[in-house]
Write a protein that binds this ligand. Structure first.
Ligand SMILES: O=C(O)C[C@@H](Cc1ccccc1)C(=O)SCC(=O)c1ccccc1
Ligand SMILES: [Zn+2]
Length: 158
């Protein structure tokens, strides 16, 4: 298991950067970053983590949904690296749900998110995926996607 990395906290400008497109997915250092992000999410008990949260300004995050007290029906997912992700389409329906953030410890907020999204991303083996996510997985994706544009969930709490 790769080593866990220091998580950037709110207030650190690194968290507010506009992350850059990933050019070479097979680059050894990028693959090592993916392993370190997965290790950090697992060590922090997170259901996701984005590269800017370890001060790496790449358009890359991990989604690792699992059932939990707030979302008991959430699917159990293998931690999945999503590189250069895009939201292709979304429902008109918006749902408010509780969120936390590894960069904003101890604070929870009720955040409006699209109920359903159609996304496209490249996986760590350079395969392009187009998928539809709903409910908690859609929420995690939107939370992590925001991190790539320097947005944190508190910015969206109404
Ligand atoms: O900061 C992050 O990106 C990780 C964050 C992701 C996230 C949590 C809840 C909703 C959407 C996205 C976390 O995993 S914080 C850990 C946590 O608060 C939590 C864990 C399981 C279920 C709910 C919250
Ligand atoms: Zn977060």
């Amino acid at each position: 298991m790769a080593e866990s990395l220091q998580i950037t906290q709110l207030g650190n400008p690194a968290l507010r950067q506009q992350a850059q497109f990933v050019d070479n997915i097979q680059d050894k250092r990028l693959q090592q970053l993916i392993d370190a992000l997965i290790a950090t999410a697992v060590a922090s008990n997170g259901v996701g983590i984005a590269a800017p949260q370890v001060s790496q300004s790449f358009r890359l995050f991990i989604v690792a949904s699992r059932p939990n007290l707030r979302y008991p029906n959430a699917p159990q997912m293998e931690p999945t690296a999503m590189i250069n992700p895009q939201i292709i389409a979304h429902s008109t329906e918006i749902v408010k749900g509780w969120e936390g953030c590894l960069s904003v410890p101890g604070i929870r907020g009720l955040v409006p998110r699209y109920q359903t999204i159609e996304v496209e991303y490249t996986s760590r083996n350079s395969k392009v995926h187009r998928q539809v996510f709903t409910d908690f997985v859609a929420r995690i994706f939107q939370h992590e996607y925001d991190h790539l544009d320097g947005i944190v969930f508190l910015d969206r709490v109404e």
